[in-house]
Design a protein around this ligand. Structure first.
Ligand SMILES: Cc1cc2nc3c(=O)[nH]c(=O)nc-3n(C[C@H](O)[C@H](O)[C@H](O)COP(=O)(O)OP(=O)(O)OC[C@H]3O[C@@H](n4cnc5c(N)ncnc54)[C@H](O)[C@@H]3O)c2cc1C
Length: 349
């Protein structure tokens, strides 16, 4: 599995099958079921921690395809196969002058995994432009279309995380705006401060302009997993209640915070940084020098090593701030996951 996860964990799986169609998916599921094997679907493995070897079947989703379903000039409905590379798909929409996905440029992974944790960056989430998701429902053994509302999107969460092992995403349908089309109207989302600062002097003229800026910020801030194995942000930004926040804010007036539906969201990276973890390393794994939120594999680190470090970080944050961090990537196998995490994925059976 070394090449199938961006954390470069050298775990093994008993079987790996690549699928390119729903028929191949059904064959793979039959293969697993007739042998009593657990199964687990992956895309690019960029949000995955292999905590142990896997004695079941890994289904590597490679269902491709891009299709324009309707176009009324101002808005366009288009569909992408689950195995398409996310950033290639974003670039394809930008080439057609379509707006909606520009803030989500350069996020690693596949289209099919994007709804699973409702990928988000720079003030946007896929939920804002997603129309529906075509899935294979393994409980009912049938292909279904789920509307955006049925996907139960929330911050880094969705029905697909809540009911892990039930749905395999086959394709995703988006509704995007044609930027500048007569009768159409679209406002760029520049709410993220560095994006606002960089566009203050020269406002963007196209979704491509915004994408270019997002890519430049990301390249500067985030390590390329090809060079430094990682899974991006390791912890979710915690939401704490207002009285807890007020106590902390009194003590740490510079603490970054954002309004949330139930309480106040605080920046996990800032909490970790306060405790001096940035740049920490042990023999195998560590924390990125510029990004306290990014755990990295220095080579030879196993999933258990990464999770042990994550536990140390989470414990220290809890001790200092009484905030329980929850990890963002999905954990396959192993026995302990830091925090009260919803990230442990039960494989399909
Ligand atoms: C450098 C870096 C930066 C990142 N930045 C961001 C960011 O800004 N925002 C963000 O939200 N994420 C970010 N991520 C995390 C990651 O890119 C996303 O979560 C991405 O959507 C994962 O895609 P994947 O194909 O690699 O999924 P995988 O890691 O292969 O799988 C992730 C989960 O999705 C499930 N899954 C995958 N494909 C399917 C399918 N077809 N059907 C059903 N379930 C499926 C898997 O079972 C697993 O539970 C970053 C990661 C890295 C390495």
């Amino acid at each position: 599995m070394l090449k199938l996860n961006t954390l470069a964990v050298d775990a093994s799986a008993r079987y790996v099958i690549a699928i390119t169609s729903v028929e191949e998916l059904e064959s793979a599921l039959t293969f697993a079921r007739t042998r009593g094997l657990e199964w687990f679907v992956i895309g690019a493995g960029s949000n995955l921690i292999l905590a142990s070897d896997f004695s079941g079947l890994i289904i590597h989703n490679q269902i491709s395809g891009r299709e324009i379903l309707s176009d009324n000039g101002a808005s366009v409905v288009l569909k992408a196969g689950a195995g398409e590379v996310w950033h290639d798909w974003v670039r394809y929409t930008l080439r057609q002058g379509l707006a909606g996905l520009e803030n989500l440029s350069l996020i690693p992974g596949t289209v099919g995994a994007a709804p699973v944790q409702n990928i988000g960056a720079y003030g946007e989430e896929i939920a804002n432009s997603l129309l529906s998701v075509q899935v294979y429902d393994c409980d009912r053994s049938e292909v279904r279309t789920l509307s955006a509302a049925e996907c139960e999107f929330a911050y880094r969460d969705s029905l697909f995380k809540q009911q892990a092992g039930r749905f395999v995403i086959l394709s995703v349908t988006f509704k995007l705006c044609r930027y500048g089309a007569p009768g159409g109207h679209y406002d760029f989302n520049l709410s993220y401060q560095p994006l606002a600062d960089l566009t203050a002097k020269t406002p963007p003229n196209s979704p491509q302009d915004v994408s270019d800026i997002v890519c430049a910020i990301r390249r500067e801030k985030l390590p390329d997993p090809q060079q430094i194995p990682n899974v991006g942000s390791f912890f979710k930004n915690p939401v704490i209640d207002v009285s807890h926040f007020e106590r902390l804010h009194h003590e740490y007036p510079s603490m970054p915070h954002y309004p949330a539906q139930k309480g106040v969201k605080v920046a996990a990276g800032w909490l970790i940084d306060q405790l001096g973890w940035k740049g920490y390393r042990n023999a195998l794994v560590g924390i990125h020098e510029q990004q306290a939120l990014v755990l990295i594999n220095h080579g030879g680190g196993r999933g258990a090593d990464i999770l042990a470090l994550a536990q140390q970080v989470a414990d220290s944050v809890f001790k200092q701030f009484e905030i329980q961090l929850e990890i963002e990537p999905v954990v396959l196998g192993g026995s302990s996951v830091p925090g009260h995490s919803s990230s442990r994925f039960e494989p399909g059976r």
